[in-house]
Ligand binder design. Structure first.
Ligand SMILES: C[S@@+](CC[C@H](N)C(=O)[O-])C[C@H]1O[C@@H](n2cnc3c(N)ncnc32)[C@H](O)[C@@H]1O
Length: 245
């Protein structure tokens, strides 16, 4: 992870900031459809916020949240943070992942599009710096115009198709990650596309076809094409952690 491919240096040194996540025409069509979905999702998350922590504590969350605590701890472990590091948590929700980084004495920004989720996170974590923004928007608020030592995320990015994930990662590296920084993403994920297909067959009609679960082999290829290294750890039967840098 310390050896940087030259392409990553090129990404970091690029002067262009805030390049749209979506650059090709086909993707723009997808994002138009997705933006109406995102508006609905924002409301869904607002409604979910009140019950979110309760549901996790009572182990009543959907199966995709299996081993939730272990998955979040794996993010902290893989991040190998030092006191004072700047961390951005995208899709911070009620702040459960952010809380781990605050306990490790990092300075943490939590970004989310849900007003209600942010309100709960703020109430729980007084030192969390919160920013309300939609990950899919081309422009993020100016508070985020800085470089972070770690950019982390848990259980958020499965709403994005692979190409949007790829473009988001590229944007994060170019515009928001510090030179020796790492991106650590935990989400619903399988080691390979074949494993993901098998899981879909297994779950049948319970599989949510509106979501884009990760497969480590395709993510690896996407990262390689950007000159980024990607290491994957499967943590539960359906969730894993990516370390990208
Ligand atoms: C399942 S929760 C996960 C929250 C937290 N990361 C955790 O692990 O508990 C997903 C969170 O991502 C936020 N989110 C989803 N899509 C988003 C988007 N496009 N922009 C900003 N936040 C988003 C939701 O509002 C919600 O708080």
């Amino acid at each position: 992870m310390n050896e940087r491919p030259s392409q990553r240096k090129a990404l970091l040194s690029s002067k262009k900031r805030a390049k749209p996540i979506v650059s090709c025409l086909a993707c723009q069509v997808i994002i138009m459809k997705l933006s109406s979905i995102f508006e609905k999702k924002e409301k869904i998350f607002d409604a979910w916020s009140v019950k979110y922590d309760e549901m996790l504590a009572a182990k009543k969350a959907p199966i995709s949240f299996e081993s939730y605590d272990e998955v979040l701890l794996a993010v902290l472990e893989q991040a190998r943070v030092k006191e004072g590091m700047k961390v951005l948590d995208i899709g911070t929700g009620t702040g459960n992942l952010a809380a781990l980084f605050l306990s490790a004495k990092c300075v943490v920004w939590g970004m989310d599009f849900s007003t209600e989720m942010i309100a709960i996170a703020k109430k729980k974590l007084h030192t969390l710096r919160t920013v309300q923004a939609n990950i899919a928007e081309n422009k993020w608020p100016k508070e985020l115009n800085q470089r972070f030592d770690r950019i982390v995320s848990s259980y958020v990015l499965h709403d994005f198709p692979l190409d949007m994930k790829r473009q988001l990662i590229e944007r994060l590296v170019r515009d928001y990650l510090s030179e020796n920084g790492l991106i650590i993403i935990a989400d619903i994920s399988y080691p390979t596309e074949i494993d993901r297909s098998k899981a879909q067959t297994y779950w049948g009609c319970l599989w949510n076809t509106d979501e884009y679960y990760w497969a480590a082999d395709e993510t690896n290829s996407a990262c390689q094409s950007m000159g980024l290294e990607c290491i994957y750890h499967q943590v539960s039967s359906c969730a894993g952690v990516y370390v990208i840098g």
